[in-house]
Design a protein around this ligand. Structure first.
Ligand code: ZN
Length: 347
């Protein structure tokens, strides 16, 4: 078993995320508060999604602790569930990884935007610190291979998360979510914001969430140029645009019945990237020496498998990779009836 950094030194690794949205679509989690109670209420569903992502080629099994933090549980009045939720999520991830002994999988913990940080309130940093430290300590206890701090929009908040991870002696992957104006909320460019993290001891720095592959790719070269450590990129699989680069505010021109008009978060279906767009993104990352490659909110296993294939791999689910040669009308198999194949364009 080699660690994350030695793996990244050899080439790209793939990390499937997006558990929150996947569970919402399946009916096990409520959009809005977005708290992963599913790890306690229906752990088998979380195990199954881990399996599907692993079979699709994810090298990382990310414990579904995202938004299972103190502030999120407070807002739904269930702070007492904090520790069991966190510990269950970690155990589910470890158990899923154990099912695939032939694969060199890594298990990671996760901390995210606390939503309590306020640059005008110095006490808020202490509150963030406590929240990060408790989550990091449970992840460490569970023996994770590394911890991702993600979807954080402030440099100052990210620095606190990073410190909590490094103080625990763990490998830190730090991924910012970037606003519409292309900056962090404290107005650093992504490259400058990442360089600050590298200087503070981050092992991998980069971006996740908010932006689709094209709008994220625009920001990655500056990061790659400014840091010497490994870079991460995990976009959402939606076609966000120059006009609306982030998925938190999206209109679907093809639909007039979305309540409130914002396609985020539960009516983004028509804006989905297909598997090939995600594969193309993965390939482009690898070419640009961005080696921690993944996918965030919206991810499904078919996206992940195509990204794995784009990186030259044949994951377990490659067994069922599309082969249209045997399709009754679009196929080329000589035993197919000409009666059907000759009219394939007429359907
Ligand atoms: Zn996300």
């Amino acid at each position: 078993m080699s660690n994350l950094i030695s793996r990244l030194n050899k080439g790209p690794i793939l990390c499937a995320e997006g558990y929150l949205f996947a569970m919402e679509r399946r009916g096990y989690l409520q959009a809005g508060a977005f708290v992963p109670e599913v790890v306690l209420e229906h752990p088998e569903v979380v195990s199954q999604l881990h399996r599907e992502f692993i079979r699709a080629g994810s090298d990382v099994v990310q414990a579904f602790t995202y938004y299972g933090h103190r502030e999120k549980l407070r807002i739904i009045g269930k702070e007492d569930l904090l520790e069991p939720l966190q510990k269950n999520a970690l155990q589910i991830a470890k158990d899923a990884a154990k099912e695939f002994k032939d694969l060199d999988l890594m298990v990671c913990g996760d901390v995210a935007n606390t939503n309590v940080y306020d640059p005008n309130d110095s006490n808020s940093l202490k509150e963030c610190q406590k929240m990060f430290e408790e989550q990091v300590s449970w992840a460490k206890e569970a023996g994770v291979d590394f911890i991702i701090a993600e979807t954080i929009t402030w440099v100052e908040e990210m620095k606190v998360a990073l410190k909590a991870i490094k103080d625990a002696g763990l490998i830190a992957v730090c991924n910012y979510a970037i606003w519409r104006n292309g900056l962090t909320r404290d107005e650093y460019t992504p490259g400058d914001a990442c360089k600050i993290l590298e200087d503070n001891g981050a092992d991998v720095v980069g971006l996740n969430c908010f932006r689709g592959p094209k709008m994220m790719m625009k920001l990655l070269p500056e990061i790659r140029e400014k840091v010497s450590c490994h870079v991460a990129a995990l976009p959402v699989p939606y076609r966000t645009t120059e006009k609306d680069p982030g998925f938190l505010n999206q209109t679907d021109e093809g639909c007039d019945c979305i309540p409130g008009g914002n396609a985020f978060p539960v009516a983004l279906d028509n804006l989905y990237c297909n598997r090939f767009e995600m594969g193309k993104f993965a390939k482009e990352c690898a070419e640009k020496k961005i080696n921690f490659i993944g996918i965030c909110c919206g991810a499904e296993p078919h996206h992940v498998r195509e990204m794995a294939v784009a990186l030259g791999r044949k994951p377990i689910a490659y067994k069922y990779y599309p082969d249209m040669s045997k399709h009754y009308t679009h196929g080329t198999d000589p035993t197919l009836k000409n009666l059907n194949t000759k009219v394939s364009k007429s359907f």
